[in-house]
Design a protein. Structure first.
Length: 242
């Protein structure tokens, strides 16, 4: 797993073994799920050929390709996290090249490097022995709120995380960082909103569901407790709004 940016990582209380286990589990399970889906599609094609004809098999393959690739789903929701770190440290972590909520993305990347402007990072992925690749660029922006207090519930800072995959919208997160309402020293609450930026097809669903399985584990390894999470899918025939 590539090493995150040192200045931020050095301030996080990270269980490296637990994080590696979550990332490795995600990578392996996601590959199994993806291959299973591909084999099921191939099996349907071969069954149609065996039962009818090559042309029927080709028709089934075409229908499956359209059904799996058609961008009809989008995903959104909210998550509340809690950590012992102070708001300033948490804000810095979310605005770094490796935000905690994207651990599964930068964890499986072949290369992680800071963005050229210093705000965010770039995750390079390769597969098929390097014949195919994609680049996930993450831009981050932190907006501190002067005079914020736990009493009135105002966040100490807001962080916007925007991701683009090979130049196309990928997803966005808006994180509000605040001190815990009970005033416990060193306790910070982070409310994260997942904002849909794209539609995706059914072929991406297994990967998304597998990521959901390891999401809380990856965050726990970085010192964040998942207090609540409400993320859902919606069928959409129109592009999501920004």
């Amino acid at each position: 797993m590539p090493e995150p940016s040192a200045p931020v990582e050095s301030r996080r209380r990270v269980d490296r073994d637990a994080l590696d286990a979550a990332v490795t589990g995600y990578r392996r399970t996601e590959r199994v799920a993806s291959w299973t889906l591909a084999l099921l599609a191939a099996g349907a094609f071969l069954a149609a050929v065996a039962a009818f004809s090559l042309w029927h098999g080709a028709a089934v393959a075409l229908v499956l390709a359209v059904a799996l690739r058609a961008p009809v789903l989008r995903r959104g929701g909210t998550t509340r996290l809690r950590t012992d770190g102070p708001p300033e440290e948490v804000t810095e972590a979310f605005a770094s090249a490796t935000p905690p909520v994207l651990a599964l993305q930068w964890g499986v990347a072949d290369e992680v490097r800071p963005a050229s402007d210093g705000a965010g990072g770039v995750y390079e992925h390769e597969w098929l022995l390097g014949l195919r690749s994609h680049s996930l660029t993450v831009d981050t922006e932190a907006e501190p709120s002067d005079g914020a207090s736990a009493a009135d519930g105002d966040p100490a800072a807001r962080v916007l995380i925007e991701g683009t995959l090979d130049g196309r919208p990928w997803g966005a997160y808006a994180a509000a960082v605040r001190e815990a309402a009970d005033g416990t020293a060193g306790r910070t609450v982070v409310d994260v909103e997942l904002r849909p930026r794209r539609r995706f097809g059914l072929r991406s669903l297994p990967q998304t569901l597998v990521a959901e399985r390891y999401y809380a584990d990856a965050l726990a390894a970085q010192g964040y407790e998942t207090v609540s999470r409400d993320v859902s899918f919606a069928v959409s025939s129109t592009a999501p709004r920004s």
